[in-house]
Write a protein that binds this ligand. Structure first.
Ligand code: DGY
Length: 323
């Protein structure tokens, strides 16, 4: 009798044509509609699964995998993976994968756009116009901050940070960055970027962009003290994770004019947004869409499917000796 095929749970409907590749190897259980799975529903879905394809909405930790005796791989559709407790998964011998690389340029485009929108007050100006407040061209209306010739600070100079740095070159910006580890000289040269201590980066940047992964160790890395180091004319943009910023401290700084503007694509309690930020006119708020283009989202799913197939020991290269 043929061996039963391994079972895979797909937590959200993604792209049917790409997901179909899983059917070649596995018995697939799909989720017909976008679903906000409760923790016990995730635990139930994983209980008899050998593998899972999940998104950032699905939080998987020790409790969710406690009864998942056969689970050997979880493929996350996303480069960030703070929805997974990787230590809890590793302790159970479960491989976790993510999708770096395929969303770099799209996300860098968006980070740059969000920074520019905050600096040049684009959404604020649109709201003002739509509210019927524009009475005629005004010399002093809605003056923003310069992008060209200004200093860009990048906190977290991975692939996406480097993509933003390359875009900044075209705008004649000076680029400074901070990473725990300095990049090799050749990469710094390619990005025309110079390393700085974190405190100095906060103080020097005209526009600071956060692109670093979120971990418990950098929770609220942008707190009241960090914001106090920034220039009152500066902007802060985040396309990373909400937990990096103390949002109440940011609202205080924006309301008091101690920071000119902010652009936020990510929030600590998303999809809930801190009401104090909603009340600030000088912050551009977007619903976690930095990687949201159709080709990029398809590429993310495709990579996650390949990752899952490989992590479960299937696929074209399975069983071949390493070349
Ligand atoms: C990621 O991949 O981590 C983004 O936040 C969502 O695309």
């Amino acid at each position: 009798m043929a061996e039963p095929r391994p079972r895979v749970w797909v937590s959200q409907p993604l792209y049917a044509d790409i997901e179909a590749r899983l059917d070649e190897w596995f018995e697939v259980t799909r989720t017909p509609r976008i679903t906000d799975h409760a923790p016990d529903a995730i635990a139930a879905a994983l209980a008899d699964a050998d593998g899972a394809l999940v998104t950032l909405n699905d939080r998987i930790g020790a409790a969710e995998v406690a009864g998942a005796k056969r689970l050997c791989a979880v493929a996350n559709v996303g480069v960030g993976y703070n929805n997974l407790d990787v230590d809890a998964l590793a302790a159970r011998g479960i491989v976790a994968t993510n999708t770096p690389g395929v969303l770099t340029e799209t996300t860098a485009d968006f980070g740059f756009a969000l920074m520019m929108a905050a600096a040049r007050r684009i959404t604020e100006a649109e709201h003002w116009l739509r509210a019927g407040r524009w009475q005629g061209w005004g010399f002093h209306q809605l003056l923003g901050a310069e992008i060209h010739g200004s200093t860009l600070g990048i906190l977290g100079m991975g692939r996406i940070g480097q993509g933003i740095a390359r875009r900044a070159r075209g705008f004649g910006m000076r680029v400074l960055y901070h990473n725990r580890n300095r990049l090799p000289e050749a990469v710094e040269r390619d990005c025309a970027a110079a390393w700085l201590e974190r405190e100095a980066l906060f103080a020097e940047a005209d526009h600071l962009v956060l692109v670093l992964p979120y971990t418990p160790a950098n929770h609220h890395i942008v707190d009241a003290a960090a914001l106090a180091r920034m220039k009152p004319t500066a902007t802060l943009t985040s396309i990373a994770r909400g937990g990096l910023i103390d949002e109440d401290a940011l609202a205080d700084a924006l309301q008091a004019g101690r920071l000119a503007a902010a652009g936020l694509d990510v929030f600590e309690g998303e999809p809930a947004v801190n009401p104090r930020l909603l009340a600030c006119r000088n912050v551009v708020l977007t619903p976690h869409i930095a990687s949201a283009s159709l080709p990029t989202r398809r590429a993310m799913v495709s990579l996650a499917v390949d990752n899952l197939v490989a992590a479960m020991g299937f696929g074209p290269d399975a069983g071949r000796p390493p070349s």
